[in-house]
Design a protein around this ligand. Sequence first.
Ligand code: UD1
Length: 417
Amino acid sequence: MSKMVIEGGRRLDGLVRVHGSKNAVLPILAATVLNGGTNIIHDCPGLKDVYSSIEILKGLGCKAAWEGSTVIIDSGGIATHYIPEALMREMRSSIIFLGAIISRCRKATISMPGGCELGPRPIDLHLKAFRQLGIAIDEAHGYITCNVDEIKCDDIHLDFPSVGATENIMLVAALANGVTTVSNAAKEPEIVDLQSYLNKMGAKISGAGTSVITIEGVSALGGVEHRVIPDRIVAATYLSAAAATGGSVTITNVIPAHLQPVTSALKECGCGLRQEKDAMTITVGDRPRPVDFIRTLPHPGFPTDAQPPVMSALSVAAGTSVIAENMFENRYKHVPELNRMGADIKVDGRVAVIRGVKRLSGAKTSATDLRGAAALIIAGLNAEGVTEVEGLCHLDRGYEFFEVGLAGLGANIKRVE
Ligand code: UD1
């Protein structure tokens, strides 16, 4: 089993490039199903979830090829509307393929996505919206089968601004006869990137990034070339690492506006932040200061995915911070591991109280989810002595060459197989 071995105590200094966004590229890969043509996607990160998506596309009959960090998908040969259970289980966000396949084939069968490491992951909002669009849904024996002759375009109000449900509606309604609107839509930057991608194919979608999205259906879509937006969560992770170790780190390939909820928390921690057009430099002198209260919320609130890495930095702050995790039930699984490293964090339901300690101490730890893995690595960078982090299968879902990036900043970190 591979693990990360980190000798903590080095300040981070230097420059690191942030790769393309996982959460943007996954719905974009699903969207390649729609055009039955060529899709050229630049800055596609080499992540486990990306490889799983490409396996799903190949299973549907698409051709896929890599040229460096560009992936080329030809969806001309789609021959089935079915995703087998083994591929669905690889990745929870494969639910996004449901909308894409319905859009192209007017029918789809996938196995029901189960829960995940963050707790139950219901898809009721996706299915409610599909039903409103006239799609017949049959749920039996662990499978969901959808059928529709003609999409019934409508005004859909989401009870909660779900990212995945918003994306699924955009995919279904892009190829339709009529206008669909989504109110209380998710406003994440990745939704805006999906809109750009679909519009480059010939879709007529507007409003992404606001709470009302309008999708004017078209009858066919064409080939597309697109560069994926930078990964704001990977950027937030590098910034948190610098906050935990001290030093001066420049991250490039970032869109500073996407990072605002995180940079505002880091400023409260006393970190210096200088932003340029597509780069950001964090300078951290001493221990971070605590933050009063972070609440994870839908964008533009504080992103739940940045909560674990930021918590690691706060665990060594000079005072007490409070976090409320409002998005996922089980998103504090890294806390017992941080406490084994000498952190002083108490969790009650959604709330975590983090009493900063001067320094963590190295320990053997095990990650159970993606961002929790990043949090433990950040803790290891601060800790005295050696930290080992197991469970790298989770890290590899969302960070490409993370240890290489950190080593380039001066960290003493290596992956041991
Ligand atoms: C996406 C991101 C994930 C991020 C999350 C919240 C991708 C691939 N993943 O996940 O990294 O943590 O947004 O920013 O983009 N919910 C329901 N019913 C539904 C759908 C969602 O109750 O039908 C609930 C979820 O359980 C969760 C909340 O809504 O508590 C947010 O989920 P959602 O916005 O849908 O997240 P994902 O699209 O799954």
